[in-house]
Design a protein around this ligand. Sequence first.
Ligand code: BTN
Length: 247
Amino acid sequence: MKLPFNIIWHDRLSSTNTTLQELAERTPDLPSGTVIAAREQTGGRGRLDRIWISGKNEDLTFSLFLRAGPDLHRLPSVSMAAAVAVADFLENGGIHASLKWPNDVLVNGKKICGILSEAVSGGVIIGIGLNVNMDTTGHIDQPATSMRLESGKHYDREPLLQGLLEKLVPHLAAWENHGFPGIRKSWEARVTNLGKPIRLRDGNHERNGVLAGFGEDGELLLQTDESTCIPIWSGELTSPPRTRHHP
Ligand code: BTN
């Protein structure tokens, strides 16, 4: 993967993914490594049509363009490679992070980073929202945290972005060269619920089973009974079913 990154900072944007998508569509030779970052993002988009809330002048919201081939089945796992890089980056800063399929980065079970990858002509856009200096999370509809809440420190976002991009390079290179198998080891080392009961929600549909592992493209393998293992490509992991204790 080639360096350097070309980082374009904006004071205020609706969504860095949308702005970078528009740029990629009108610039057929857009170089891999082009980054759009926003000091304030007002219409952040999340997975499953959710919104992504970030603090004005507090958090990191950016999107990276990566030139990639047309084999779309590989694309979901690029977010997993980015999640591994974010977790490693946090770990280097003394914050222990774990991963939740498909691409959430958690600290003590609370979400600190979300990733939204979208295919565009010529490649993929990897959008990353990292809670950096947020000091309250009551306005977020799920357990959340930030680097500041975990470490007590305040961070300058521009050097932080540079450091994170550098951490992304080896993981994205491994993904470019080998797909999910290139990052499997690092991914599995940070997943906390491997071999454990899980519940998966996809729209209104819920399934229970055991997280048996991950397939060659990063799809989740859900063991629903002794002889059935289903590949799952999208959805959300929720709390596992509670075990009933009979008196
Ligand atoms: C999720 O967990 O649902 C994914 C959230 C992704 C948010 C980031 S912030 C930067 C980029 N721009 C967006 O509009 N979304 C992504």
